[in-house]
Design a protein around this ligand. Structure first.
Ligand code: KIV
Ligand code: ZN
Length: 513
């Protein structure tokens, strides 16, 4: 048994399935490059058959990434597998991840297939996938709630067909640690060819047990691949958190006895990038990447840490990338320095005009904020391109008046399909007045589900990053906007969410029917 734990990141696939977490093509490539810097072994870049857009994103990531294996999800049918295979063509190292549900509940109610039909389809899918690559992962969906006898039959057959990784999915987050670990151990012991595959865990966090279940699958079950996401992003309550599972295995190497190749100093940059792009803010008390994770508020703890940091610290903040923010650019930085920094951050703008526009926004920001950090640069380009930036609405200017005892008033100037609109309204606060002004013209009929403000860096000079989550006709989107003025950031976030609501949805959900 290998003593290395393979880290399979699915932020771009399962993470993107979180309502509102959809990312543009360029944002996905940027995240993939950060995942490569983090040295994840496998990047699940998406579900190529979901839409042409998803296909293109998987393809772009397959071509851009050199050090990690790039993977596409595919349902267990020829069309999905062929799309995955085509999208991955040209990758340095490619994997096809195919799956089909194996629990009685899913087979009967969702697939309306008999166990024999599922068995056959799983086998044929793996056989077909081998035309494209020898690196094939098979997942029994709802595996943790499947009958072990049936699973043994299916998994033995898919390994015989050439599946090299078996991923026991706890699709609905139902598992509990010991039982899940023993479930996997039992499968491995009973399946005669189980040693021909790497066993993997894929856990959802519905009961808050995703990390614990993954660790039990590793320790008790002998799994040597963990599927996880940055900031635990994922369907419903999310997936197993990459930062938590990796740091648990590293910090407790005495217990797990495993190595991971992750460059942990890249964890914080990855966390910030994913949260900035998706608008899913990290809670302050979140392990490893939350703002309080290494803050010692109580006097007793501070005293202990000052005397000997190991008294209350089991990890070093700097080891996971909590180094003091680095000032990277300023008011006097020129276009070339800016372009070079974009490149170093993995931000590839698709034309010189896009670089010029981003540079103009940078100059504008540098006039108002003396120190510019990497986070500011990411925020500067997020939401300004792709689906969001090319949408109908663009922010132009804002004036607002608020005084104690008076009802705030906002005047927002924005463009709609290139035509300037001026809208004014009052509200019970400056942000409310701003949204009312936009809505007085747009009349989107959308419901605001979430409004949150977060400081991108430290100090009151920081840009505020605002997330607005809108819902309309069952569709949920997140808009993100950043500016040193949080009312302006709110207007940008609201317009960005409206743009996303307008973009067409032609995407197939992998785990739908
Ligand atoms: O949760 C799940 O079952 C999945 C599979 C596609 C592996 O995401
Ligand atoms: Zn999942």
């Amino acid at each position: 048994m290998s003593d290395k734990l393979i880290v399979f990141d699915t932020t771009l696939r399962d993470g993107e399935q979180s309502p509102g977490a959809s990312m543009t093509h360029e944002e996905k490539v940027r995240i993939a490059k950060q995942l490569e810097k983090l040295r994840v072994d496998i990047i699940e870049a998406g579900f190529a058959a979901a839409s042409n857009g998803d296909f293109e994103s998987v393809r772009a990531i397959a071509l851009a990434i050199k050090d990690s294996t790039v993977c596409s999800l595919a349902r267990a049918n020829d069309r999905d597998i062929a799309r995955a295979g085509e999208a991955l063509r040209g990758a340095n190292s490619a994997r096809i991840h195919t799956f089909i549900a194996t629990s009685v509940l899913h087979m009967e109610k969702k697939l309306r297939m008999t166990p024999d039909q599922v068995f056959e389809q799983a086998r044929l899918a793996v056989r077909f996938a081998r035309q494209y690559t020898d690196n094939i992962e098979f997942s029994p969906e709802d595996g943790s709630r499947s009958d072990p006898d049936f699973l043994c039959r299916v998994l033995e057959a898919v390994i015989a067909e050439g599946a090299t990784t078996i991923n026991v999915a706890d699709t609905v987050g139902y598992a509990v640690p010991e039982q899940y670990g023993e479930f996997i151990r039992n499968l491995r012991e009973r399946i005669p060819n189980s040693d021909k595959a790497v066993w993997s865990v894929h856990c959802h966090d519905d009961l808050g047990l995703a990390v614990a279940n993954s660790l039990a699958g590793i320790k008790i079950g002998g799994a040597r691949q963990v599927e996880c996401t940055i900031n635990a992003l994922g369907e419903r309550a999310g997936n197993c958190s990459l930062e938590e599972v990796v740091m648990a295995v590293k910090t407790r190497k005495d217990y797990f006895g495993l190595d991971v190749d992750i460059d942990t100093a890249q964890i914080m940059p990855a966390s910030r990038l994913v949260s900035g792009i998706t608008g899913f803010v990290v809670q302050p008390n979140k392990a490893i990447v939350g703002a309080n994770a290494f803050a010692h508020a109580s006097g007793i703890h501070q005293d202990g840490v000052l005397k000997a940091r190991q008294t209350y610290e089991i990890m070093r903040a700097e080891d996971v990338g909590w180094a003091a923010n680095k000032i990277v650019l300023g008011k006097l930085s020129g276009r070339n320095a800016f372009k070079q920094r974009l490149h170093e951050l993995g931000i590839e703008l698709d034309s010189e005009q896009a670089v010029n526009e981003a540079f103009a926004r940078f100059k504008d920001l540098a006039d108002r904020k003396s120190e510019i950090f990497d986070e500011d640069i990411h925020a500067l380009v997020s939401g300004e391109q792709g689906e969001a930036g090319e949408g109908a609405y663009r922010f132009v200017a804002l004036a607002q008046r608020s005084e104690t005892g008076e009802r705030p008033h906002a005047r927002v100037v924005f463009s709609e399909n290139g035509k300037e609109v001026v809208a004014e309204a009052q509200g019970n606060g400056p942000v409310d007045a701003t949204v009312n002004a936009i809505e007085s013209h747009v009349r989107s009929d959308a419901e605001l589900l979430l409004f949150s403000v977060n400081a991108i860096t430290t100090g009151t000079e920081s840009q505020g990053e605002v997330t607005m989550r809108l819902s309309r006709s069952g569709r949920i989107v997140n808009g993100v906007g950043a500016d040193p003025d949080i009312v302006v950031a709110s207007a940008k976030a609201y317009l960005s969410a409206l743009n996303k609501l307008q973009s067409p949805v032609e995407k197939v959900h992998a785990q739908g029917v």
